[in-house]
Design a protein around this ligand. Structure first.
Ligand code: PMP
Length: 363
């Protein structure tokens, strides 16, 4: 079988060496004669895995000691609700910055749980010279005392990334589901960072929460026990049975990333991959991308064919070459190449070669 390059936005491809190791260990983890899925999370081997994985993630992201690192259930959307339940009471207000589908979904969940009166929103994307561009609001002192400001630094569907920091007088909460560990961030600038795992971390279902310890005093609505950050922190993320296999794979992904040189090293590769692809889109009149250069996502490269009638052929020809899952999200259409940490440069090079050949054939 020739190599398949999987550009799925999530669940996304995982590093092949990690998958091979998981395969080798599937029936016998650490000489126990059983898999990691079949042992108690309270046994010494799994507790050791949990501790090591947290230490590795702390090292990779340079997470300060005054932050908890939690391994939780429920993916990205689970955290949309948990954030509200943990931090926003019926007498509090939160601010949501809207930059695309996922930040809007997070705001919708907040409204669903506490009502519109407790949720303010600011649309931060507008068309400038025909391109989607982010303009961050200036906060001139806390006119409203928000419990937190929430935003999504990388909009997976829209292909919009925010590289600037949010300067706000309230704790900043970031949904980093599709950008976590793709580039260094200064964790100390955030009240909380969370991410569904299925892009840069591991299998779906797991979510990572990095939360400043003092914020846990804000707890407001009495969340369900398994979504309560205080309970999760007090039980080392093992109040109930955690998603152990997903956690194990995440731990292996952290090790893989450390061996590559960490987040700064992968950022260099991620820049290279994204530049190669955007350069091809810009060079050929056959393709277009509708995002302002400073907000082009490094992880989710969205693009359209000028002639949409060729979409089907494009996808079929790509798939025949082993370039799969390039169809854009149904809401925005077009194409999307998700090139997370695990995607090698060779995959992007093969995609670019194909795009050039396809354009030539149809011009
Ligand atoms: N936030 C972002 C930025 C996402 O990309 C996604 C999923 N693609 C989610 C949240 C939702 O994640 P989940 O499906 O794990 O709930």
């Amino acid at each position: 079988m020739s190599t398949v390059y999987n550009f799925c936005a999530g669940p996304a491809m995982l590093p092949p060496p990690v998958m091979a190791k998981a395969q080798a260990e599937l029936l016998d983890w650490q000489g126990q004669g059983v898999s990691v899925m079949e042992v108690s999370h309270r046994g010494a081997p799994f507790i050791a895995l949990a501790k090591t994985s947290e230490a590795d993630l702390r090292e990779l992201m340079n997470i300060p000691d005054n932050y908890h690192v939690l391994f939780m259930h429920g993916g990205g959307r689970g955290q949309f609700a948990a954030v509200v339940n943990n931090f926003l009471g019926n007498n509090g207000k939160a601010l949501y910055l809207l930059s695309g589908q996922w930040s809007k979904s997070a705001a919708d969940e907040a409204v669903r749980l506490v009502g519109e009166a407790h949720v303010d929103t600011i649309e931060i994307v507008s068309k400038v010279n025909g391109l989607n561009q982010v303009t961050l609001p200036e906060f001139n002192g806390p006119a409203t005392q928000y419990r937190y400001v929430h935003y999504c630094p990388n909009e997976t569907v829209d292909g919009i990334e925010i590289f600037e920091e949010i300067n706000a007088p309230w704790p900043v909460i970031a949904d980093m589901s599709s950008t976590i560990m793709s580039r260094p961030v200064d964790v100390s600038k955030f009240g909380m960072i969370y991410a569904g795992a299925q892009k840069n971390i591991g299998p779906s279902g797991l979510s990572i929460v990095i939360v400043r310890k003092d914020l846990l005093q804000l707890s407001a609505i009495n969340p369900s026990s398994i979504m309560d950050y205080r309970i999760a922190a007090a039980h080392d993320s093992m109040f109930n049975t955690p998603p152990t296999f997903a956690w194990y794979l995440a731990a292996e992904v952290f090790k893989w990333l450390q061996q590559l040189g960490g987040v700064a090293a992968i950022e260099t590769q991620n820049k290279q991959k994204a530049e190669l692809l955007y350069q091809c889109i810009d060079e050929l009149a056959f393709y277009k991308n509708g995002v302002a250069p400073q907000n082009r996502s490094r992880m989710n490269v969205t693009f359209q064919l000028q002639d949409e009638a060729l979409n089907k052929d494009f996808l079929a020809d790509a798939e025949a070459l082993g370039l799969v899952a390039l169809k854009g999200h149904r809401i925005v259409g077009g194409m999307r190449a998700s090139i997370y940490n695990a995607m090698p440069l060779a995959g992007v090079q093969k995609l670019v070669d194909f795009m050039r050949a396809f354009a030539e054939k149809h011009t």
